[in-house]
Design a protein around this ligand. Structure first.
Ligand code: GLU
Length: 525
């Protein structure tokens, strides 16, 4: 500890008297009235205009742990980097959370939820640390710091502002006044008393207790250019006064844990429980090695991709959820739970490494999910997707709801044998495109049995029931001395352009007499 600063000086340094004392803040943001064991969590993205799949993974864990314990899940916008445009970026985050069904609950009592609007709180806490000699104004310029860095590098020392390199850590108040009066700007730095020869033990709920060297860096708490806090200092203030119980964040923050423990101890506040989550990885197609999903190279790193491509948001969540709560898949298969909100996530079981995102596996979840949807729901999903993201053809396909419904109803009446060939809303529409004349493509490669087509045209009656219809095909095959299946195949390919379709009788029925006849006639031309 060093000598503290006078309130006159602190007011000058911070550009005004702190709005609150610590006691006032404690009273303004009282402990939450929640049942025992309730988790208070937050998703705290920096608004970059991009929602990474790893962000969704974290938000899902936050949301789920709050939901299952009767707690609160908040969204906090970490917009302390004022060089970035914020408005649209926040809209993207909010829209993503809504679209994926992860509602947050930002009780105004604990707000505001934009860090840029919480300056008063940060300055009040900084004032307290300054008064107690636990923080100090640092007047090092970028040039000074570059010079220090060079020195450290050439001497083989760790870089950073610490110990003897922290020129201003013991600055007298008189000198600090003089510098302020001379127009110099100050950052506010932590006055670290940590000794890296000693170890500090920090707890992560999944990893257990981890020993780190104590932190001796005088890290920046408040930046000089805009008076806003660094992540570290904002985390301390916000998660304390928002009464966060569990901080779930990416593993890249694990090395900062000793610093964060130090800050909480300096304020004599109980630190939240930490869970550091694994990055979301994939197997690289070229190298065969596991690596982080990359914003630059992997479209599926961006949550927007799944929406635009029409993946059921529930399936994306189920898949991510099953990474974090590995027993879910089995419980779901056994019919023990309906969806992720019924299955208890065990915080200690959240994997600390190796979370793999595999599109093939996601496909499986999507097939199962779409297979389970009642037809009207399936239709509604497909229509919504087409209207928002579809091209002209997709929009055209959803313009006649009755016809679309009929096409999507095929092979969905027996719940035990529901077709599983639909994966995304986009692919669903593409899969049934042949129902529309404008999208039907006659198969020019297939060698049709023209006799089958001719004989079928003569005998076809759209009013026939399935047995009668099939009886006619069997008769034609018999007369021509070919297999029933081969006769049916000529008809199938003629009517759909494809060799693989669901039940032919049903789809002829849906297409209607005119379409069936004209397609067969066109082939015969
Ligand atoms: N803004 C930080 C990030 O995006 C938040 C980390 C945290 O959840 O504390 O990484």
């Amino acid at each position: 500890m060093r000598q503290g600063f006078s309130s006159n000086f602190i007011n000058q340094l911070l550009g005004g008297a702190p709005k609150y004392t610590i006691a006032e803040l404690e009273e303004k943001f009282p402990p939450r009235a929640l049942p025992d064991g309730a988790f208070v969590t937050r998703f705290a993205p920096s608004p970059t205009g991009y929602m990474h799949i790893g962000g969704l993974y974290g938000a899902l864990i936050d949301s789920k742990l709050a939901q299952q314990t009767g707690g609160v899940f908040m969204l906090r916008i970490e917009d302390t980097d004022t060089r970035r445009e914020v408005k649209d970026a926040v809209d993207i985050i909010v829209a993503s959370l809504n679209q994926f069904g992860l509602p947050y609950n930002n009780d105004p009592e604990y707000g505001p939820y934009y860090q840029s609007q919480r300056r008063d709180i940060y300055h009040s806490v900084a004032a307290d640390l300054l008064a107690r000699g636990m923080a100090y104004p640092c007047f090092l310029t970028p040039d000074d710091m570059a010079e220090i860095r060079e020195k450290q590098k050439s001497a083989g020392f760790p870089t950073g502002i610490y110990g003897e390199f922290a020129r201003d850590r013991d600055i007298s108040e008189d000198e600090a006044w003089a510098r302020l009066n001379a127009g110099q700007v100050a950052t506010i730095r932590l006055y670290s008393t940590g000794n890296p020869e000693k170890r500090i033990f920090c707890k992560d709920a999944v990893r257990g207790s981890i020993g780190f060297p104590e932190n001796n860096e005088d890290l920046v708490l408040i930046k000089s250019n805009d008076g806003l806090p660094t992540y570290h200092f904002a985390h301390l203030c916000d998660d304390h006064f928002m009464r966060t119980t569990h901080v779930i964040r990416g593993e890249e923050w694990l090395p900062s844990l000793p610093l964060h423990m130090q800050l909480f101890r300096m304020m004599d506040w109980a630190a939240p429980i930490y869970i550091h989550t694994s990055t979301i990885d994939k197997i690289d197609a070229n190298t065969g090695k596991q690596r982080k999903l990359s914003k630059r190279h992997d479209p599926e790193a961006n949550v927007a991709f799944f929406l635009a491509d029409g993946w059921p948001t529930e399936s994306v969540l189920e898949y991510l959820f099953n990474i974090a709560a590995a027993g879910y898949e089995e419980a779901k298969q056994k019919g023990q739970v309906k969806n992720i909100w019924d299955y208890e996530m065990r915080p200690k079981k959240i994997p600390m490494s190796g979370a793999l995102f595999d599109m093939k596996k996601l496909e499986w979840w999507a097939r199962e999910f779409i297979g389970s949807l009642p037809v009207p729901e399936l239709v509604a999903r497909v229509v919504n997707w087409a209207n928002e993201y579809g091209d002209e053809n997709h929009k055209n396909q959803v313009s006649d709801i009755d016809y679309l419904t009929a096409a999507l109803s095929i092979e969905r009446d027996n719940p035990k044998r529901v077709r599983k060939d639909f994966i995304t809303w986009r692919q669903t529409l593409n899969e049934i495109a042949y129902f529309w004349d404008a999208l039907y493509v006659a198969n020019s490669e297939y060698e049709f049995n023209r006799d089958v087509l001719k004989m079928f045209l003569d005998r076809y009656n759209p009013a026939d029931d399935k047995d009668t219809w099939w009886g006619k095909i069997v008769a034609i095959a018999g007369e021509l001395g070919i297999k029933n299946g081969d006769a049916a195949m000529s008809l199938r390919v003629a009517v759909t352009g494809r060799t693989n379709t669901p039940d032919l009788y049903s789809l002829m029925h849906v297409m209607g007499h005119g379409r069936v006849v004209s397609r067969i006639k066109d082939i015969l031309k």
